[in-house]
Design a protein around this ligand. Structure first.
Ligand code: MRU
Length: 359
């Protein structure tokens, strides 16, 4: 797929590093306004991640890599040993912003590993090496998206209806998205298909972000509420599901936005293939089983208050798990940057990483 065909899409830029400064698109304001917010401090970056101003697994990894540079930018006069300690401390802090998406931990680990390998004589040189590594992570994420697009596009056939959940698009990554990448590539190839975007309660990433992003790019998109998924599958509108993921573990279990598990179970019932677009940066080989993935629990206000309006009684008990885990037996395939991994997943994932060095 030539890059030119894909630049025709009006893809949003969620992260920008310009003249040594980090800018993040405040996704909480979408689709009403597009505000690039300059990140002045590491605390601001942490809050931007925690409040979902920047969100989506790959995007928070990239944002945190640059955020680490912001964290240590003004301490370059320190002796190298002390500077290295500071880098480690700030990386741990950024890593604590959200627990489920492995890309955050992956990016921080990669920055620290890079630091330990670098042969530098002072903090100024180390800072410049860290910026280069963050830029490389950003550029590689763009390439991973394109790879998933090319791997997954052949699954999309003329006339298909494709369901997606949450936002695994350009906003959640550095360019084409994960679940949306095959859609962008198939659209650029001239295929006609329909996307059905689930609204994704409680924070409406499907309604505010995915439907907006795909509409901007000229993709035929229809917004659904989450409770319409079964009906749309039962009535023959959906031929395939493609979602993104926050973490795939060694046995192929998949963590993604709350509600994904329900979509996968319904898809299985109707014999509709359920695919997960997953770059290698989202695979966690250190965790054996989905039950060991930490699930972020968010504030009750996100359930009881909608756009400033209280919709539930005061003091009501709530639960707010932000993610769920889909067992590997419900997954038709993991669309990676180079291949589709199919069952048995444990072996498939091992084979995929043979020759790659991010184990
Ligand atoms: O809470 P969010 O909005 O960060 O959740 C994002 C998702 O669940 C996405 O589907 C996932 O990160 C994949 S993004 C390419």
């Amino acid at each position: 797929m030539s890059k030119n065909k894909l630049t025709a899409f009006n893809l949003p830029k969620s992260i920008e590093w310009k003249n040594g400064e980090l800018y993040l698109l405040d996704q909480t304001l979408l689709p009403h306004s597009m505000v690039m917010e300059k990140q002045e401090t590491v605390e601001q970056v942490w809050h931007s991640i925690q409040l979902l101003k920047v969100r989506g697994a790959p995007a928070i990894g990239v944002a945190a890599a640059y955020g680490l540079c912001v964290a240590v930018r003004d301490a370059q006069e320190q002796p190298l040993d002390r500077y290295k300690e500071l880098v480690k401390q700030k990386a741990a802090y950024l890593d604590s912003a959200r627990p489920t998406a492995i890309n955050l931990n992956w990016a921080m680990t990669r920055m620290i590993d890079h630091m330990e390998k670098m042969n530098v004589s002072n903090a100024v040189e180390l800072y410049s090496a860290l910026v280069k590594e963050a830029e490389l992570i950003h550029a590689q994420d763009r390439a991973l998206c394109l790879g998933m697009g090319e791997t997954g596009a052949p699954l999309i056939q003329e006339g298909m209806g494709i369901m997606t959940h949450c936002n695994a698009g350009g906003l959640a990554t550095s360019e084409l998205g994960t679940a949306t990448a095959p859609m962008y590539v198939a659209q650029a190839e001239g295929k006609k298909f329909k996307v059905f975007a689930n609204e994704t309660r409680p924070l409406l990433q499907g309604a505010r972000l995915t439907s907006w992003e795909l509409q901007q790019s000229g993709i035929d998109v229809t917004l659904l509420t989450d409770n319409m998924a079964a009906h749309m599958m039962a009535t023959g509108h959906i031929d395939m599901v493609i979602v993104g993921t926050d973490r795939v573990v060694a046995n192929g279990d998949v963590a993604n936005k709350i509600g994904t598990l329900g979509v996968a179970i319904i898809a299985k019932h109707y014999d509709i293939p359920f695919y997960v677009a997953c770059p290698s940066s989202t695979i966690d080989l250190k965790t054996a089983h989905g039950k060991d993935i930490p699930i972020e629990e968010r504030s009750a206000d996100e359930i009881t208050i909608i756009r400033g309006q209280r919709v539930a009684p005061e003091n009501i008990q709530t639960r707010s798990p932000a993610f769920d885990v889909t067992p590997n037996e419900l997954v038709a395939g993991l669309i990676t940057e180079t291949e589709i991994i199919r069952a048995p997943f444990e072996q498939g994932i091992k084979d995929f990483f043979k020759g790659k060095n991010n184990e």
